[in-house]
Design a protein around this ligand. Structure first.
Ligand SMILES: NC(=O)c1ccc[n+]([C@@H]2O[C@H](COP(=O)([O-])OP(=O)(O)OC[C@H]3O[C@@H](n4cnc5c(N)ncnc54)[C@H](OP(=O)(O)O)[C@@H]3O)[C@@H](O)[C@H]2O)c1
Length: 261
């Protein structure tokens, strides 16, 4: 799809990848970018310089009224990028694993689904549009230290596949985006190779422009994806080694652990 002259909604626009996406889309000539965040003040400071093409939108994707209001305000979007997400960085058996799983499912799966359900009918009525959901490469294979997050992103991967099938006959395309580690708030304090949000945003925009159905926007995600195509059980076994005892036995963590993707 052409980004030039398009109207585009980006959720989680005050985050690392979200902010970089807003800038990359403006650089490509988007007519309007709806930069959505739970706090519009947080967006305003980051999107100045959009020369009147950036509209700050208040959106909490877990709040039905908020999603409905955003759909009303941004109903002319040609492209919706569901980027908002959370990672509590715990294992499935961690002390706070249930609470983490519920929150991650609430935001990553149910929130994304709610936004898709709000915008899909308007795109279907027009017979065109693109919905692009930011999943994760660890939505395709579980990294146990982030076990609950991976399960929520696996649900997003399934959502992408199902929605793609439902919307294809209506002329609406659904794109899956599967990053590896990116240097944002979500991976703060972790020592591992990470792509920059700007690199990832540029690769996402290039993938959208090339009509890719799935986008692996960084070297790590590309390598893991190739491994999954070749031998998924081998990748699962390798990821299973990355499970520090703290993931299941340690005290509750609110972030900053290892292995967040
Ligand atoms: N960083 C990585 O390594 C990595 C890798 C693969 C995939 N991803 C995915 O990439 C996306 C962007 O993450 P990021 O790395 O840029 O992290 P980030 O800086 O933490 O950004 C996450 C964004 O999601 C927003 N958000 C959280 N809950 C929300 C809700 N209920 N309603 C609306 N917005 C909400 C946050 O807003 P607040 O400021 O209000 O919390 C923030 O803007 C996420 O879906 C993440 O899972 C990240």
């Amino acid at each position: 799809m052409e980004i030039q002259e398009k109207k585009i909604l980006v959720t989680g626009a005050n985050g690392g990848i979200g902010t970089a996406l807003v800038k990359a889309l403006l650089d490509k000539g988007a007519a309007k970018v709806y930069a959505a965040a739970r706090s519009t003040e947080a967006v305003a400071g980051r999107v100045s310089g959009g020369a009147g093409r950036v509209v700050a939108v208040r959106l909490d994707i877990t709040d039905e009224d908020s999603v409905a209001a955003a759909a009303e305000q941004c109903g002319d979007s040609d492209l919706v990028i569901n980027n908002a997400g959370v990672n509590r960085c715990v294992g499935l058996l961690a002390p706070d694993g249930m609470a983490a799983a519920r929150r991650e499912m609430a935001v990553n799966f149910f929130g994304t689904l709610a936004v898709c359900r709000a915008f899909a009918p308007m795109m279907a009525a027009r017979g065109s549009g693109v919905i692009a959901n930011v999943c994760s490469i660890i939505g395709m294979v579980n990294l146990p230290v982030n076990g609950t997050y991976c399960a929520s992103k696996a649900a997003v991967h399934s959502l992408i596949q199902g929605l793609r099938a439902e919307l294809a006959p209506k002329g609406v395309r659904v794109v899956g985006i599967y990053p590896g580690p990116v240097d944002t708030r979500m991976t703060a304090g972790q020592e591992m190779p990470k792509a920059t949000p700007e690199q990832v945003a540029a690769a996402i925009v290039a993938g959208l422009e090339g009509d890719a159905e799935e986008i692996f926007p960084d070297p790590m995600s590309q390598e893991v994806h190739q491994g999954l195509l070749k031998d998924p059980k081998q990748v699962e076994r390798e990821f299973a080694q990355m499970i520090p005892a703290a993931a299941t036995e340690g005290p509750a963590k609110s972030g900053g652990g290892s292995g967040k993707v």
